[in-house]
Design a protein around this ligand. Structure first.
Ligand SMILES: *[C@@H]1O[C@H](CO)[C@@H](O)[C@H](O)[C@H]1NC(C)=O
Ligand SMILES: *[C@@H]1O[C@H](CO)[C@@H](O)[C@H](O)[C@H]1NC(C)=O
Ligand SMILES: *[C@@H]1O[C@H](CO)[C@@H](O)[C@H](O)[C@H]1NC(C)=O
Ligand SMILES: *[C@@H]1O[C@H](CO)[C@@H](O)[C@H](O)[C@H]1NC(C)=O
Ligand SMILES: *[C@@H]1O[C@H](CO)[C@@H](O)[C@H](O)[C@H]1NC(C)=O
Ligand SMILES: *[C@@H]1O[C@H](CO)[C@@H](O)[C@H](O)[C@H]1NC(C)=O
Ligand SMILES: *[C@@H]1O[C@H](CO)[C@@H](O)[C@H](O)[C@H]1NC(C)=O
Length: 617
């Protein structure tokens, strides 16, 4: 007995000790000292009580959580100089990314203590004065990007001590004097453009393209370098990546994604070797935004966002087209630090920057488990982007209407119920915003996703008000639009309810809102359901895939009644969305998402406002 207790005590103490040990306390202190002593616009979730390794934005620890190895805080609105004796204490730091901030002052001497540093990104800040002259501590540095600052003085010859350097970007500063003979064999990317350098390009650097020296006072004869850079890895010609794509890969390899990227390259390399004609095999990969369009711009993040990237990362990310929708193309973008986001590139935004920002501020602060959170946005003359969480299951539309082939699993009834319930709750939350006035404006199956609890989750909130009105024929074509709506910007809560009704019918029938019956005839789902129900063939409307589940007919009929009440012709006859939520909950009794199928619904619980429907056997 006693031994047991002692053993237990040991166990508890041991566990507590391990738990306490499970994070790098000193690194955490250093980070807190850093954040407490620098102005920052974007609020960070760096709470002393949470885990620095798991819960802090932008922080990556090593595998046993004994040290911080990466700090990635681009576009975080830092202002002023980096406080002394803070970041310099992160002795295990390998990656520091503070680009696109407003950091000023001279080169942060703290960083010259970081002996393990491999990548340093400080571009797009306001740093000035000379570059450091002693680099001997950075034995392992492979990426140094100090571009787009205001550094002056000369390019130090001591850079030669960076024997592992692969990328050196000093472009867009005010560096002057001669270009030193930087004969670093490992160097693969060099950019000294747009400074005030003079003289000739040293022999050892002639292997770099002319663009590396543009915008200086270098005599043209001496700057022309006919020889292409020999050290560019062969992958360049094999894969169809742009130069910045290669840079991305080099940078990326320094991060945790190394293995994945290497694998990717190996695979693509192999593919190419196997069959040259398969080069066209991946047409879906593209860039979210073309290079020059977003230069220097900043993403605006919303509070509570646990992401750390900037526009440059988005540009660099390889993106997969997820879909082309009413308001633009949506991409899946995989970022350097292994996060994945959905980026929507908006076309035909008709409001000005101020209105856009105001609207984003409203939408961006909506937080509800059934509303896909808007994480960030970007606005410039040429480009408008919105960034959402990525849902790996795809939209309900994709799940419902994917090609019904051999690998297709139909959505089961349980999931369809939860999807409807979640989406309705999300909409109710949206409708309660801005004094109960906000409407979504574009409810449809391709804007509804499935969250981690398998409930529906509404995306694309309120974009309709920002966009060019869709012309009437297109409205008809989508099949979700309430009959009274002719201008998408004038969407109302009642028209949202109509669209939601169409969505419910879609879930029940498995049919698209507008579809062709095989012949040339176009069928509108709402009209079709009406006609079938009128003929008292209610059983015929349901998706054949649902017939396999026993004892759900009563639930399906209840849901059909709800759907039909939502698609009433007259807006004032449609229920409010919060009533729809209640009705949906009554199908199963509140919150009983887990009860097995089979009529727990109490008799007579059908709300009286519902239309009479022919049959319900
Ligand atoms: C911290 O991260 C862990 C693991 O990712 C998660 O389970 C936990 O909910 C997070 N805590 C907070 C307060 O965010
Ligand atoms: C440099 O990196 C190697 C592994 O790549 C590591 O073993 C070594 O300790 C690092 N050197 C310094 C000074 O950090
Ligand atoms: C160097 O940085 C600038 C931005 O500061 C960027 O436009 C340029 O493409 C970079 N050079 C290379 C070779 O990547
Ligand atoms: C660099 O700029 C600072 C002011 O920004 C100036 O005082 C200094 O003389 C400059 N140095 C050189 C070498 O131009
Ligand atoms: C490289 O660093 C060593 C000290 O580690 C120093 O003596 C030497 O001068 C440096 N080389 C250059 C080119 O600055
Ligand atoms: C560029 O350098 C020259 C001397 O080489 C100097 O006269 C000129 O003022 C510098 N320009 C700038 C913008 O620093
Ligand atoms: C080119 O550079 C060399 C030194 O590298 C110099 O002797 C020569 O005069 C330069 N040519 C011109 C046209 O400036």
């Amino acid at each position: 007995m006693d031994i047991k207790i002692i053993f237990l005590a040991f166990l508890v103490c041991g566990t507590l000790y391990l738990l306490a040990r499970a994070e790098p306390v000193e690194d955490k202190r250093a980070l807190l000292d850093f954040i407490d002593n620098i102005n920052h616009v974007r609020k960070l979730n760096w709470d002393e009580r949470t885990s620095v390794c798991y819960n802090w934005t932008g922080i990556t620890c090593n595998h046993d959580n004994s040290g911080v190895i990466a700090v990635r805080l681009p576009s975080s609105g830092f202002q002023g100089s980096i406080p002394l004796n803070t970041l310099g204490r992160l002795s295990g730091l390998q990656i520091l990314n503070l680009k696109s901030n407003g950091i000023s002052g001279t080169f942060p001497s703290d960083l010259l203590k970081l002996g393990n540093l491999m990548s340093l990104y400080l571009q797009f800040n306001n740093l000035q004065g000379p570059l450091p002259s002693d680099f001997s501590v950075w034995k392992n540095l492979s990426v140094l990007d100090l571009s787009s600052n205001a550094f002056n003085g000369s390019v130090p010859l001591s850079l030669l001590n960076l024997t592992h350097l692969e990328v050196l970007n000093l472009s867009d500063n005010s560096l002057s004097g001669d270009i030193p003979d930087l004969n670093i064999p490992t160097l693969q990317v060099l950019d000294l453009s747009y400074n005030n350098l003079s003289g000739a390009v040293p022999q050892s650097l002639k292997r770099f393209p002319r663009s590396a020296f543009l915008g200086n006072n270098i005599s043209p004869e001496n700057s022309t370098s006919p020889a292409p850079p020999p050290r560019i890895p062969p992958k360049k010609h094999k894969s169809k990546l742009s130069e910045s794509g290669i840079l991305g890969i080099i940078l990326g390899s320094c991060a945790l994604g190394f293995v994945l990227i290497a694998l990717l390259l190996v695979v693509s390399h192999r593919k190419k070797r196997k069959d040259k004609s398969t080069t066209e095999a991946s047409p879906k990969k593209e860039k979210v935004v073309s290079e020059h369009q977003g230069n220097g711009g900043r993403l605006t993040f919303f509070e509570g966002c646990n992401l750390a990237f900037d526009l440059e990362d988005l540009l660099r990310a390889s993106a997969e087209v997820l879909g082309k929708g009413t308001f633009g193309t949506t991409y899946k973008a995989a970022l350097e630090d292994a996060t994945t986001v959905a980026v929507k590139r908006l076309k035909e935004v008709i409001v000005g920057k101020k209105d856009f920002e105001q609207h984003m501020a409203i939408v961006g602060n909506i937080r509800h488990e059934n509303v896909a959170p808007l994480r960030a946005y970007y606005y410039s003359k040429d480009e408008k982007l919105v960034v959402y969480d990525y849902y790996n299951q795809g939209s309900v539309s994709a799940l419902l209407h994917a090609k019904r082939g051999e690998n297709w699993t139909p959505l089961d009834w349980e999931t369809r119920l939860k999807v409807a319930m979640g989406a309705a709750r999300g909409m109710a939350h949206i409708h309660s915003q801005t004094g109960g006035k906000l409407a979504h404006g574009n409810i449809k199956a391709s804007n509804i996703f499935i969250n981690s609890q398998q409930y529906g989750c509404v995306c694309d909130v309120g974009l309709a008000t920002l966009m060019n009105p869709i012309t009437p024929p297109a409205i008809r074509a989508t099949g979700y639009r309430a009959p009274e709506i002719t201008d998408t910007r004038k969407a109302t809560q009642a028209s949202d309810v109509y669209s939601f009704g169409v969505f419910i019918l879609e879930l029940l029938t498995g049919k698209s809102p507008v579809y062709s019956s095989g012949g040339e005839e176009i069928i509108h789902l709402v009209r079709w359901v009406h006609s079938v129900v009128r003929e008292e063939w209610t059983g015929e409307v349901f998706d054949v895939e649902l017939l396999r589940y026993p004892n759900i007919e009563e639930e399906m009929v209840s849901m059909l009644q709800i759907g039909m009440s939502c698609v009433e012709r007259m807006p004032e006859q449609r229920p409010k969305i919060e009533d729809v939520v209640k009705m949906l909950e009554e199908i199963r009794g509140v919150n009983t998402g887990n009860t097995p199928s089979g009529g727990t619904r109490s008799p007579g619980s059908t709300p009286s406002r519902l239309p009479e429907i022919g049959t319900s056997s």
